[in-house]
Design a protein around this ligand. Structure first.
Ligand SMILES: NS(=O)(=O)c1c(F)c(F)c(S(=O)(=O)CCO)c(N[C@H]2CCCc3ccccc32)c1F
Ligand SMILES: [Zn+2]
Length: 263
């Protein structure tokens, strides 16, 4: 596909030129503000299966030029009634050390320091993520907002390896770990809406679940995320730092956002 970026000549204003969906409807991310939220008592807690991955298994941690991504194992699944979705990968979005606010979703206009996305595809209906991405009901992404607080040992499973994947297309293998440790406690409190991939090709095929409660990582852990990676490969003559890899807020259109909690 065409090259795209979060700034410069291929920044998000140019995405619709080469990726039609990016200029279309049902785009993500959104701001979760009061007058578009609607309590939905039918929203059940998110169920995770196989998230406690044995250390004998391995994940691939990669710099794909847009984010740090962790390739997951297909025994990891979630249930969002009535379907089961198989995990594919997780990745992060963050800001810049001089403006440490890089989440994609916002709450009442507030952008959080960072955000984790765990990408799944509907494995009851589709055989692989490529086919699922083409379908309006193909993907389910879990969003976890990140706030600054105490040091988080679970995130070290990813952050301790950033120095080994500084440049685009570098990757390493890490031992499996309990990916649920990256999640907030309350899997029953979340925002829910129909949206899209937040990167090209921006397919409007994502059932979004963004947990209400952020998880905490330390100032130093956030700083490492903001200052270690490059979008460019190791021998690039013009290295570009990987910062502010979040898409601007998109129009709600006629969409409401459901919430699983009352107050
Ligand atoms: N915010 S987001 O919309 O969740 C989101 C990203 F922001 C993001 F950067 C990625 S990426 O790291 O793959 C780089 C650009 O595609 C993805 N990948 C998904 C897209 C659909 C195809 C596919 C196939 C296998 C694994 C992952 C993915 C992504 F879904
Ligand atoms: Zn994402």
């Amino acid at each position: 596909g065409y090259s795209w970026a979060y700034s410069g000549a291929h920044g998000e204003k140019t995405w619709p030129t080469n990726y039609g969906f990016c200029g279309g409807v049902y785009q993500s991310p959104l701001d979760f503000h009061e007058n578009i939220l609607q309590y939905d008592s039918s929203l059940r807690p998110i169920k995770l299966f196989g998230y406690d991955v044995a250390t004998a298994e391995s994940f691939t941690v990669s710099n794909n030029g847009h984010s740090v991504s962790v390739t997951l194992v297909p025994t990891m699944k979630i249930e969002i009634e009535p379907f089961h979705y198989t995990a594919s990968q997780l990745h992060l979005h963050w800001g810049h050390k001089n403006n440490p606010k890089g989440s994609e979703h916002c709450i009442e206009g507030r952008r959080f320091p960072a955000e984790v996305h765990v990408v799944h595809y509907n494995s009851d209906k589709y055989t692989d993520i490529t086919k699922a991405t083409e379908a309006a009901d193909g993907l389910a992404v879990l969003g976890i907002l990140i706030e600054v607080g105490s040091f988080n040992p679970s995130f070290e499973n990813i952050l301790s390896h950033l120095n080994s994947i500084k440049y685009k297309d570098q990757s390493i293998q890490i031992a499996g770990f309990n990916v649920q440790e990256l999640f907030p406690k309350r899997l029953d409190e979340y925002f829910r809406y129909e949206g899209s991939l937040t990167t090209p090709p921006c397919n409007p095929s994502v059932l979004w679940t963004v947990f209400r409660n952020p998880v905490l990582i330390s100032e130093a852990q956030l700083f490492a995320l903001e200052t270690t990676l490059y979008c460019t490969d190791r021998n690039s003559s013009e290295p570009i730092q990987m910062t502010n890899n979040y898409r601007q807020l998109q129009a709600h259109g006629d969409r409401l956002v459901s919430v699983s909690f009352r107050e």
